[in-house]
Structure formats: structure tokens, C-alpha cells
Ligand binder design. Structure first.
Ligand code: PLP
Length: 365
């Protein structure tokens, strides 16, 4: 049996074409969560990609016999213009994880990488596997990143500091001026990467962003992604912003470039304020549902300005998560050392209502 999907259905109302695509249920199951499963694990935005991104992606797909050309330059220019930077300040990558790994490669041979004990760390694991010394400093007792401890750990053997703001998985945001002072001081000795994957979701993105330090030519690289707010995690587009010499070093270690479909979608959605407003609204509503679900059980989640909520539920999260999984709701596995903390990513609002009911039922049982 096969499912007939009109192109309009597939592409979110793209064009009134008579063309129809035939996808088997098996093929459909290759994309996104399996049917009936609510996935709240990976901080995606299920309301994306935007309609404009889908339309541009379809046009790019038709021309995907060719390597990316002008679209890379156009997206780079758009990003540069938005941040009042030059194109030589920008490096595009296949998801920001690729730029982060490239930086790990470019800097690790010069010295250690200093970071927080609990933070996003796919690239830090990669760095360790290629032989880098990764120094992880414990969080403060309120779960915030201990900037003093990180600054104190930066000695002559350090080459790179990695700070994620807001932090994943805690969701907590470092005050803009506090982080600015830290960056100015520490970047005299080492390059500082500030990973702003979730910056666009904060209450005051311009204040919390360190892009102004990039403009000032400091030894700082800011990483961003189209995977979160823009709802394009599967399309793999990210970017870094930094001084031309720093960006060149990242670029020289990139191994996989963004594809033309992702670039086209990124270009179409970057300044789509309607979609951005719509998504941030849904994320804020979703956060409320999850926070309320925890509070209903007397659990106080950490303060979050992101599309995920982190809370100490006082129970083994892997065991609790397994019971949720039996009912087709998935949350992130436990983080080592934080076995009772649950991270819940934003799904669609109706999915979060299901999470809320199920959490309440299983927690009360
Ligand atoms: C803080 C942070 N940085 C980077 C990434 C990587 O995102 P991507 O490679 O999809 O751009 C993630 C993904 O979860 C993240 O949470």
C-alpha cells in the first residue's frame, strides 16, 4: 500500500501543481519520530521549517545536481548584514556541531579546552577522541556555569574555552554583562567560543549575545544554528562569527559543508519575522505547560529561556523515562552525575499536554 500526498500537502502549500509524490508508509517512517511517538528529546522546533523555507528548499532540490554557489554567499551576506559584520567574519557549517568540531580540531593541538562540567558536549567528546585534554569545571550550587572556576582553570596550557549560553541542558542564561566581562578577560589568553544555539529564544537576545565582542575584534567566536528556533535540525545549517583569522582557522578544519537545500531554507527563513514570532510564541506556551506539569508535583524546574526545561524530579530519570517511553512519550536520557534531572524539549502544544497528563499520572502512581 502507498500513500498519495499532493505536493501541496508535502510542501506546506507551495504551488498549485498537479504533481503528486508517492511515498510508501515505510519511506514516511524514515523522517521524524515514528508514528504515534511524541519525541521531546532533542530541542527541535516541530513547528518548522517555515513555509518560505519549504518553498525555497523545493526549488533548491530541483537544482541540487549542482554544488552550492551563490546561495552560500547570499546567506553569508545576510548573516553579516544582520550582525553588522563583514562576510570574512562568517563561516557556514553543516549544523553548528560541525563548526564546533572544526574549532576543536583547530585549537586542540595548541592546548587544552576548558569548559563547564554539565554542558552541550558532542564536540567535546569528539575533541577528547582526537586527543584533546578537556578540562571540565563543576557548576555552581544553583546549577549556573561557574565562570570564576573556568577563568581560574585557564593557564598557559589552555587554548580554548567553551561556554554555552543559554546552557544546554540546564536552560539557564548567563547575564550578558557578566559574560562580556568574562570574555574580555579570558580571551586575552585563549580563544573563547560562546555557543548561542538558543540565544534567539532569550528574553533579550541582543543583550545576552556576545556578537558585539566579535564586532570589536576580540578573541571570541559566536556559534549559531538553524536547528532550534528555525526548526531546521534535519537540514543541517549552522554558522560561526568571529575575527577573520579565527573564522579562517575554523573554516580550514571544516570537513562537511551545508547542502544547497539547507542553505536555501536558511536563507528564506533568516529574516522571516512572522515565523520567528509564531515559533517563539509556541515555545513560550509550551514551556508553561511543562513547567506547570512539574510544579503540580511540587517540582521546581530550573529557570529557562530556551525550548527545553530541566528539572530535578527526585527520581531516577532513566527508569521514569522508560515508563514514559512504554506510553510513547520520550524525554532525554539522564545526564551522568545528574541522574534525577529530566530534560524535556518542546514538542507541539498538544504533545506537551499529553506529556503533562502522563507525567502527572506516573508521578502520582
Ligand atoms: C548548545 C548546542 N550547540 C550546538 C548544537 C548542535 O546543533 P546543530 O549541529 O544541529 O546546529 C546543539 C544541539 O542540540 C546544542 O544544544
Amino acid at each position: 500500500m502507498s500513500i498519495q500526498l499532493s505536493r501541496r500537502t508535502l510542501l506546506g502549500g507551495l504551488v498549485g501543481s498537479a504533481v503528486s509524490l508517492t511515498l510508501s508508509p515505510g519511506a514516511l517512517a524514515q523522517f521524524g519520530p515514528a508514528q504515534g511517538v511524541i519525541s521531546l528529546t532533542s530541542n527541535e522546533n516541530p513547528y518548522g521549517p517555515s513555509a518560505g523555507a519549504l518553498k525555497a528548499a523545493a526549488a533548491a532540490t530541483a537544482k541540487s545536481a549542482y554544488y552550492p554557489g551563490a546561495i552560500s554567499r547570499d546567506l553569508t551576506q545576510l548573516i553579516a548584514d544582520r550582525h553588522r559584520l563583514k562576510t570574512e567574519n562568517i563561516v557556514l557549517s553543516s549544523g553548528s556541531n560541525e563548526a564546533l568540531c572544526a574549532a576543536a580540531m583547530g585549537w586542540a593541538k595548541r592546548g587544552s579546552i576548558v569548559t563547564a562540567a554539565l554542558t552541550y558536549d558532542l564536540h567535546l567528546g569528539f575533541a577528547a577522541r582526537i586527543g584533546a585534554d578537556v578540562v571540565r569545571m563543576p557548576l555552581n550550587s544553583d546549577m549556573s556555569i561557574n565562570l570564576e572556576a573556568i577563568a581560574a582553570a585557564v593557564d598557559n596550557s589552555a587554548s580554548l574555552v567553551y561556554i554555552c549560553n543559554p546552557n544546554n541542558p540546564t536552560g539557564m542564561t548567563i547575564d550578558g554583562d557578566v559574560l562580556r566581562d568574562f570574555c574580555r578577560t579570558v580571551s586575552r589568553h585563549t580563544t573563547v567560543i560562546v555557543d548561542e544555539a538558543y540565544n534567539e529564544l532569550t528574553a533579550d537576545p541582543d543583550y545576552t549575545s556576545m556578537v558585539d565582542l566579535v564586532r570589536e575584534g576580540e578573541n571570541v567566536i559566536v556559534m549559531r544554528t538553524f536547528s532550534k528556533l528555525y526548526g531546521m535540525a534535519g537540514l543541517r545549517v549552522g554558522y560561526g562569527m568571529g575575527r577573520p583569522d579565527l573564522v579562517a582557522r575554523v573554516r580550514n578544519h571544516i570537513t562537511s559543508w551545508p547542502n544547497v537545500v539547507g542553505l536555501a531554507a536558511a536563507h528564506a527563513s533568516y529574516n522571516d519575522d512572522d515565523f520567528i514570532g509564531f515559533s517563539t510564541g509556541k515555545i513560550a506556551q509550551g514551556r508553561r505547560i511543562v513547567i506547570d506539569a512539574f510544579k503540580r508535583q511540587g517540582i521546581e524546574p530550573l529557570p529557562t529561556q530556551t525550548n527545553f526545561v530541566f528539572a530535578d524530579i527526585g527520581r531516577d530519570v532513566d527508569a521514569f523515562g522508560a515508563r514514559m517511553r512504554e506510553r510513547n512519550v520520550r524525554v532525554h536520557r539522564a545526564y551522568p552525575g545528574y541522574e534525577t534531572y529530566m530534560r524535556v524539549s518542546m514538542g507541539k502544544l498538544d504533545e506537551l499536554e499529553v506529556f503533562s497528563e502522563l507525567f502527572n499520572e506516573l508521578f502520582s502512581a
